[in-house]
Design a protein around this ligand. Structure first.
Ligand code: ADP
Ligand code: MG
Length: 557
């Protein structure tokens, strides 16, 4: 049974020892639902207490009838709540520009809205500050969450909520339309690609909107916005060329971001990429555990095998080679690569260098990029302004000039055919080895056996006694996604991997659980206080691959 009058109870506890806050754990009546104190912090310096608010019948059928609409509406409500709670100590994990499934806010198919927040309970000198707590959780919070109910939303906010859900639904439809049209990405006319700064993900003001080149223009259907015109990036090998500072990397980054949905006003709400599109880059210093990099490294001066390669300190080229084969192993259908973040010798080996260095161990990407598509079905989108060696291997060449895109495939092919170039030294794309990861090595236990899965920003995941460096895993967009990745790794280790199935098979099983239970699949039960957002399998795999203590039992060729 839910208890009544939380505010009065707080006031009654005024001045008592801080630990007595724990007596409030449980369910409390709210005017329009319930408030549950899921967990009370033990002292004022501990992580904030967890509060869950459940509001039945708070969302209309129109916004709850599909999982995508529910995810969108939950995001809309979280953003609204964050505005409402600005200036209070209450913490709501509303996220950034992306529309991710997250534990902080969920909308259920019966119209129930569930919001979870961090509530730092006031207690200077380890005494309960009853009146302040009563105001915070007894008045401020109930008043703020009440504004989320559809009944309370003013007309303009209702319209905004509807537009938000329709925008997300359209993005999902655009993404799903790609495969059938044999596209890997779509960039709508009018999209705003550049971001405000390197650390501010909002759209750049006064940017040049995107316009599709005539020859790559396609029209895709959406359920709400109707037909949408834009640039289709075809399957195969796509090259983005152009002078420095003309917008090449910005275009690629927008495509990378297109694996996630964005809300109205982001600028990229109609920029989508296939869900299996993975950015890879060089990352010297990373750990590699038993990767088969033989597709890109034929031999090593040390004599180490390249089809079973491990290092605690990869070079730029071997790190990128490992990241490429690992992405393919985990199921990537599209690789995205930018010259800005690539190892030069992993990308190119020109005619003169071929003459001078006869025994190059590296097989540059230019040799493998076509067979990778022809034999393995993996497309590439590559930014390359610095070497013409790719002109001949590209199916599509897009030129960026003063932020304007044009297609220059024909010219590129003519130039490639009429000028001397490099000699092809290798052929085909070798089979990608699957690895069997030891489940016991995905263990998040810290020193005292206590589980430690913590995100530090979006770049570092503390997993047990290890710090996993995710700085080069560029499609991780949210701190709560990092925590979600850690949870997914623990889940793989505890319940999914059995020491005989491969990592990719484990990720399939994980995907199936997530498809069934959503982000709740990553929770430790109903009292779990963590803010989690759903990661993709590709980022989970990337984290497993960067875990220095991971063990690979065997290779499946
Ligand atoms: P490149 O990779 O070709 O060297 P970038 O993509 O890094 O170029 O872009 C260079 C600069 O131009 C960046 O500061 C970026 O924010 C800005 N920029 C990119 N696209 C646009 C655009 N459509 N409108 C305005 N500025 C843009
Ligand atoms: Mg660039």
């Amino acid at each position: 049974m839910a208890r009544r009058d939380l505010a009065q109870t707080f006031r009654d506890l005024d001045g008592q020892s801080y630990g007595r806050y724990k007596s409030l754990v449980g369910s409390w009546d709210l005017r329009h639902g319930s408030l549950e104190i899921v967990r009370a912090q033990a002292d004022p310096f501990a992580p904030p207490s967890r509060v869950r608010v459940t509001l039945p019948d708070a969302a209309p059928e129109e916004l709850t009838r599909t999982p995508d609409r529910r995810r969108a509406h939950a995001t809309f409500l979280l953003r609204r709540l964050r505005r409402e709670l600005r200036g209070t100590p209450l913490q709501v994990d509303a996220g950034g520009q992306q529309v991710l499934a997250r534990t902080a806010g969920q909308v259920r198919d019966d119209g129930t809205v569930v919001i979870e927040l961090g509530a730092p309970l006031p207690g200077p000198k380890r005494r309960i500050l009853g009146r302040e707590a009563a105001t915070l959780l007894g008045e401020t919070l109930p008043a703020a969450v009440a504004t989320l109910r559809w009944e309370e939303l003013p007309d303009d906010e209702r319209a905004a909520a509807t537009r938000f859900a329709e925008t997300v639904e359209d993005a999902v439809a655009l993404r799903e339309a790609l495969a059938e049209r044999r596209l890997v990405a779509f960039v709508a006319d009018g999209a705003v690609l550049p971001r405000r700064t390197g650390v501010d993900d909002r759209p750049l003001e006064h940017a040049t909107p995107f316009a599709a080149p005539e020859s790559l223009r396609v029209t895709l259907e959406t359920p709400n916005a109707g037909p949408v015109v834009g640039m289709g990036v075809p399957e195969g090998v796509t090259l983005i060329v152009g002078g420095g500072y003309h917008g090449k990397s910005t275009l690629l980054r927008a495509i990378e971001a297109g694996v996630h949905d964005h809300g109205p006003g982001d600028g990229r709400e109609q920029v989508v990429a296939r869900a299996d599109a993975v950015k890879v880059r060089a990352e010297d210093g990373r750990s590699v555990v038993r990767s088969d990099v033989s597709a890109f490294v034929s031999h090593l001066p040390s004599g180490e095998p390249t089809d079973d390669f491990s290092t605690t300190n990869a070079s730029g080229s071997t790190s990128q080679a490992a990241s490429m084969v690992e992405a393919i192993e985990a199921g990537a259908g599209v690789l995205m690569v930018d010259e800005d973040t690539s190892a030069t010798n992993m990308m190119i080996r020109d005619a003169r260098m071929q003459q001078l260095i006869a025994t190059e161990p590296l097989v540059p990407f230019v040799e493998r990029i076509r067979p990778l598509h022809a034999e393995r079905g993996v497309s590439s989108v590559l930014v390359m302004g610095g070497s013409g060696d790719y002109l001949g291997v590209a199916d599509t060449v897009i030129m960026m000039s003063s932020y304007a895109a044009s297609e220059v495939t024909e010219q590129a092919h003519e130039i490639a055919a009429s000028t001397p170039g490099r000699t092809q030294e290798h052929s085909g794309f070798p089979a990608v080895t699957a690895r069997v990861v030891d489940p016991a090595s995905l263990d998040p236990s810290g020193k005292q056996g206590k589980r430690r899965i913590t995100a530090r920003g979006i770049d570092t995941l503390t997993f047990g006694e290890d710090d996993v460096d995710l700085a080069a895993v560029e499609q991780v967009v949210d701190r709560s996604q990092v925590t979600g990745i850690g949870r997914a790794m623990a889940l793989l280790g505890d319940h999914v991997l059995d020491g005989s199935i491969t990592l990719a098979e484990g990720l399939d099983l994980l995907d199936a659980q997530v498809a069934r239970d959503g982000v709740d699949a990553l929770r430790d039960g109903p009292r779990d206080p963590a803010d989690l957002a759903l990661p993709r399998r590709h980022e989970v795999a990337a984290a497993v691959n960067r875990l220095r203590s991971v063990r690979v039992r065997s290779l499946r060729r």
